[in-house]
Design a binder for this molecule. Structure first.
Ligand SMILES: C[S@@+](CC[C@H](N)C(=O)[O-])C[C@H]1O[C@@H](n2cnc3c(N)ncnc32)[C@H](O)[C@@H]1O
Length: 293
């Protein structure tokens, strides 16, 4: 499947101009301009912090990259945080144009990103690590459903059967997950943020049942927060899942975190899954010390 998506940041923490210069690296400005189909003055401008997002996108695309986050996702984050136009540090028309057309000066975009606590990045375009269809089918069968109601971390078109979905352009982290059954296999470079969001949506009652598929990394704070969450039940798959149509192998096992399922629903779901076991919570740290032998 040729669905493309985000991944690793290129030189995180640096301006887009610096990221672009580093990406161009040894390619001469002229031949790079030819490849991207733009005048070399545009590249020179972009590399000194001048120019528009539209031209930056075009140039990044020629290098197999894209600009993240999308202005539409930034707009949703601004609304989510309740930050007014003044709080973004740019003029009213510049912000509205950025949010409504997705274009504007790179400098405007970077200022808004900073105001909203986002790092503007040029990310590599890579294939989506989509959940294998047999696993999705087993989960849906286990829940007695033919599709989920919402997938908040989805490519377009969606790879999971779902009534509605949010993509990176929407910024699924910043929208309400109001749905009966939510399926979420999030981007793995931001698992803690998606886990916190999932918990917040369940706590607020917007999501009634939520299944979050994440890497099983027991050493992380994120995993420990799930173990400490009495409302979450965690299933660990006994074999590694191969994502993205047999191309992508995760370097760990996977955990399916379930919220909002009754005991009957949970047991039924577990019975439909490939070899897996429930992670039993045993609060060793809270037990009284055993006497020394
Ligand atoms: C691991 S893939 C899972 C795809 C699909 N949910 C599935 O289970 O097959 C994660 C997806 O999240 C999307 N994504 C990345 N950032 C996002 C964001 N901020 N909001 C919504 N979706 C996002 C990616 O484009 C990618 O398609």
């Amino acid at each position: 499947m040729s669905i493309l998506t985000r991944t690793r940041a290129h030189l995180p923490g640096r301006s887009l101009a610096a990221q672009l210069s580093a990406l161009r690296a040894n390619i001469s400005r002229r031949s790079f301009a030819n490849t991207a189909g733009v005048d070399s003055k545009i590249i020179a401008g972009l590399e000194t912090g001048r120019g528009t997002l539209a031209s930056l996108r075009r140039v990044a695309d020629a290098l197999g990259h894209y600009v993240s986050p999308y202005p539409s996702a930034l707009a949703n984050k601004r609304l989510h945080l309740g930050i007014g136009i003044r709080g973004c540090g740019v003029s009213h028309p510049a912000l509205l144009s950025l949010e409504q057309t997705g274009d504007g000066l790179v400098a405007t975009y970077e200022t808004v990103c900073k105001a909203l606590g986002e790092r503007p990045r040029l990310l590599t375009i890579v294939p989506t690590w989509y959940t294998p269809e047999p696993l999705l089918r087993a989960i849906l069968d286990g829940l007695g459903l033919d599709r989920f109601d919402l997938d908040p971390a989805s490519p377009c078109p969606p790879t999971a059967p779902t009534r509605t979905y949010f993509t990176e352009r929407d910024g699924g982290l910043w929208l309400p997950w109001t749905a009966r059954t939510v399926w979420c296999n999030p981007p793995y470079d931001q698992v803690p943020a998606w886990t916190d969001k999932a918990r917040a949506e369940i706590t607020a009652g917007r999501a009634q049942r939520l299944l979050l598929l994440i890497p099983y990394r027991p050493e992380t704070k994120c995993h420990q927060s799930l173990v400490a969450d009495p409302t979450a039940r965690i299933l660990i798959f006994d074999r590694r899942i191969t994502f993205g149509g047999r191309r992508n192998h995760l370097d760990s096992a996977s955990a399916l975190v379930c919220w909002g399922l009754s005991d009957v629903e949970f047991v039924r779901l577990a019975g439909h899954l490939p070899a897996s076991h429930e992670l039993r919570m045993s609060p060793v740290g809270n037990r009284p010390h055993l006497p020394a032998i």
